[in-house]
Design a protein. Sequence first.
Length: 333
Amino acid sequence: MRELRWGILSTAGIARKAMIPAIRAARNARLTAIASESGKAGDVAAEYGIPRAHDSFRHLLEDPEVEAVYIPLPNHLHARWVCEAARHGKAVLCEKPAALTAAEARTMQAACDQAGVALMEGYMYRHHPQHARVREILQRGEIGEVRQVRGLFSFPLDLEADNIRLSADQAGGSLHDVGCYPLDVIRRLLGLPEAVTVVGQVPAALGVDTSVGGLLRYADGRLAEFGASFEQTMVNRYEVIGSHGSLLLPAAFRPDKQGGVGELVVTDEQGRVRRETVYGDQYPAQIEAFSAWVLGEGPAPDAAAEFHDQARLLEACRRSLQENCTVALDAPA
């Protein structure tokens, strides 16, 4: 089997904890190089047995042995380095949220299209098989017509810590870090809403949101709700409410926290409950899906409009939070 040769821009925690093991576990990928501009690449390469270490991101992008890169840099640097990677002919998997605005998304996609390279946003949760099972249940009409979706993602974070999630300069905040997950689910199940209303807690000392909640309204009367927080216990779930039943995923985004085990709880209109267990390893699955696409051995993992639509929705939610108003999706951002 052909293996896609990967490089990683940064020695960030998610790269070490999740993506290095994921690339190694993937059947069609090989980790070739890692880069850091803080002098850590050599140590990380030695620790994980990575063949090549580079002392700058640009040097890695110039490495002819690297065909694709994973970018786990702080949010405000994504657009710059996606475009740089494209100019060097590298396929790109960029950590979410890849783009902070619709304009950024257009620029990044255009750079990749012009270079003829693949670009995908790193929503690893999409690749756990429990979500494919959700689609099957909905397509069979088990819960009737979908009328509402609710999603929550939260975890406790030390708000006094030196953490990029709490940096306004680096586009931190709970909306960007975890709120984007339930928003992604809602958008994939219901499409883009007509309008969004988002409120939240934004401590003046931080300048970023530490908790948010929002309502999404659709032209046909459907509603969706989402919440995200650094001030609440770990919750990562979504619920789909239909005209004749409901479907709950209690470990929707981080089933890896419980050994890769996902669960679906289906309740019919008589109140009868059915539980299904679905196992998967979402990080290697993401790498395998992207690698197969780049190698021409599999379909594009996501629809073409996913990247731009998600950025557009996130931008509208951020504007609603900042301006304390309802934002229509057809209004200029």
